[in-house]
Design a protein around this ligand. Structure first.
Ligand SMILES: C[S@@+](CC[C@H](N)C(=O)[O-])C[C@H]1O[C@@H](n2cnc3c(N)ncnc32)[C@H](O)[C@@H]1O
Length: 327
């Protein structure tokens, strides 16, 4: 699994370190434990889950490094496939993880707007970017808005990350309609769990029915070929700061963030180049061969083996990892 120390990860950890110090340690660990339990329950929220300053600080401290890492992985994949937005709108952006990731991944990005219903989360998001060196990130706008009353806004890229589980099915559907109305490309990221994957499948279907073209991770637009009981997800490894370990009560110096995602471009914007097969598991590296489980452009999924006889391709295969395209 890739464990990139992403360009802004250290800057984010340091900004979060300052946040952590503004809240009493005991309050932060209690709020973190309560949020972990709440998010595990996967039930639509009747009222905002992040309501108080302490809850927002706890979310940022224990969760934002991981959502940021997942978003860097997804947006980095799309950037290398040719996506290059100049403007971005993040719906349900909370403390701004996707804004940090987009500023890191897209060289031509000029503007970022983050919408959320929780003023405290937006305030913290603003504080976090206040001292960054990246001018686009530093200039990100954090604006309060309920999904039911989103202002008229456009962004070449619209992101929705780790939001859908807080909404009922009808709200999820209408949020995606709004996202398609606002943007030329839409990226949705959810936890890499069976239920997160189910929500991604629903979004994927909705995008295709609206005539949008998939940009990743699927290399085809046929039905998902994974068997029942399996779910498409990826992972990234991130460093945990001492604060992060303390708040979460974890001892490991790293954590693995699992995520599912889908991205698509509108019918009127240029399509990204076709994708090659996507690696769905950790590759098995044996002597003289590498074995992969992949999802293929023809809509099937299964085993692919690259042997030493493939020369340069074999060398690339030795470096390929879960979530990459098959060399
Ligand atoms: C789990 S947090 C994810 C935050 C951020 N996108 C990330 O990846 O770290 C979900 C966010 O969605 C926001 N949200 C949920 N329902 C909303 C609604 N109806 N209108 C606006 N924001 C909403 C919440 O306030 C919260 O900040």
């Amino acid at each position: 699994m890739r464990s990139p120390e992403t360009r802004y990860a250290a800057e984010l950890r340091s900004a979060l370190g300052q946040v952590v110090r503004t809240v009493p340690a005991r309050e932060l660990t209690d709020a973190t434990a309560a949020l972990v339990a709440r998010y595990r329950s996967v039930a639509p929220a009747a009222a905002p889950i992040l309501a108080s300053t302490t809850q927002v600080a706890a979310y940022a401290a224990y969760r934002m490094p991981a959502t940021h890492a997942a978003l860097v992985s997804v947006l980095g994949d799309l950037a290398s496939a040719g996506l290059s937005p100049r403007s971005m709108v993040d719906l349900g952006g909370g403390t701004g993880a996707a804004a940090w990731a987009a500023a890191e991944c897209f060289d031509r990005l000029e503007s970022i707007v983050v919408f959320d219903q929780v003023g405290e989360a937006l305030r913290l998001g603003r504080d976090l970017v206040a001292c960054v060196t990246d001018p686009v990130l530093a200039g990100a706008r954090f604006e309060r808005a309920e999904f039911r009353a989103l202002p008229q806004v456009r962004g070449e890229l619209v992101t929705i990350s780790y939001v859908l589980s807080e909404l009922g099915p009808a709200e999820q559907e209408s949020l995606l309609v709004d996202a398609m109305r606002c943007g030329d490309s839409v990226v949705v990221v959810e936890p890499g769990t069976p239920d997160g994957y189910q929500r991604i499948l629903t979004v994927r279907q909705q995008l295709l029915e609206a005539g949008w073209r998939l940009a990743g991770p699927c290399p085809h637009e046929a039905d998902c070929p994974l068997r029942q009981g399996d779910w498409c997800h990826f992972a990234t490894r991130l460093e945990r700061s001492a604060d992060h370990r303390r708040i979460k009560g974890g001892e490991l110096s790293y954590e693995d963030e699992k995520f599912s995602w889908v991205a698509a471009t509108s019918p009127s914007s240029p399509a990204l180049p076709a994708r090659s097969a996507r690696i769905l598991r950790h590759p098995l590296k044996r002597k003289g061969m590498v074995e992969f489980q992949v999802c293929r452009p023809d809509g099937t999924a299964g085993r692919e083996v690259v042997s030493k006889r493939a020369g340069l391709r074999y060398r690339a295969a030795r470096d390929a990892d879960w979530g990459d395209e098959l060399p």
